[in-house]
Design a protein around this ligand. Structure first.
Ligand SMILES: [Zn+2]
Length: 245
């Protein structure tokens, strides 16, 4: 844990629009910084207790930049999929067409390079889309298991760990995590990313089985296993927001 003290908040106003921010003090910091999270929350990091008026002055001077960032992330979070005809969905780096049928059953399958989703015709359009999304998450978890297991069996011996129990889940903000029992959980959304990203997330979690932190030794291990992991991180940073169901 970092020595952080959460204290204070404020609002920055530009063109009549208000954006709230939180102020966080950390004795470990040498300089101040503003961070805009992918969910568009604004955090002001401060090295020590500074009067709130002074913080406000610093933040106000950066108002333009904050607004640009917040707008970027707000626009980003509005990706919406219809899971219907005419759309394609990425899986492991390739886009595949979606075929939606209505019938008296509920089913999703991946056949001949197509995602075929069947939903009850008694449902409304909105209900069908919601159900199709849930079915697709389940399908991704199912067809994604074998390729993830393949990556695990390739890297676990190199990482010097026993192949962990794999669980694939749909999560909001985490790409992956470890369980207390040395298992790993991978976010089903990673299948929207290219191969290098999927491989990196598995390698990242495998490395955590020995190094349960983000210190230098951890990153050295990730770099040893996957020398080009920075390319994957860069893709996650610029395109990760698109990897959503
Ligand atoms: Zn991590």
């Amino acid at each position: 844990m970092r020595s952080k003290e959460a204290a204070g908040s404020g609002t920055v106003i530009l063109d009549g629009q208000e954006i709230p921010y939180a102020v966080v003090y950390s004795s470990r910091r040498k300089s101040w910084a503003i961070e805009v999270k992918p969910n568009a929350t604004v955090i002001v990091h401060m090295p020590q207790q500074i009067p709130s008026e002074k913080v406000k002055k610093l933040v106000d001077a950066k108002a333009d930049w904050i607004f640009t960032q917040v707008q970027k992330y707000t626009a980003r979070t509005t990706i919406s999929r219809g899971y219907t005809n005419g759309e394609t969905l990425p899986f492991f780096g390739t886009e595949y067409p979606v075929i939606r049928k209505s019938g008296n059953s509920t089913r999703a399958e991946f056949t001949n390079g197509q995602f075929i989703i069947t939903v009850p015709d008694t449902f409304t359009e909105g209900e069908q889309t919601k159900l199709a999304r849930v079915m697709m998450i389940m399908l991704y978890r199912r067809i994604g298991t074998a390729p993830l297991e393949e990556i695990i069996s390739r890297y676990a011996p190199l990482a010097g760990v026993a192949p962990p129990k794999l669980r694939i889940q749909q999560q909001e903000w985490k790409w992956g995590c470890c369980t207390p029992k040395n298992g790993i959980i991978i976010n089903a959304s990673v299948f929207f990313g290219p191969k290098i990203v999927i491989e990196y997330i598995v390698v990242h979690e495998l490395s955590h089985l020995r190094f349960r932190h983000h210190q230098k030794t951890f990153w050295a291990e990730v770099g040893r296993l996957m020398p080009n992991y920075c390319d994957a991180e860069a893709i996650l940073k610029t395109d990760g927001w698109k990897f959503v169901f």
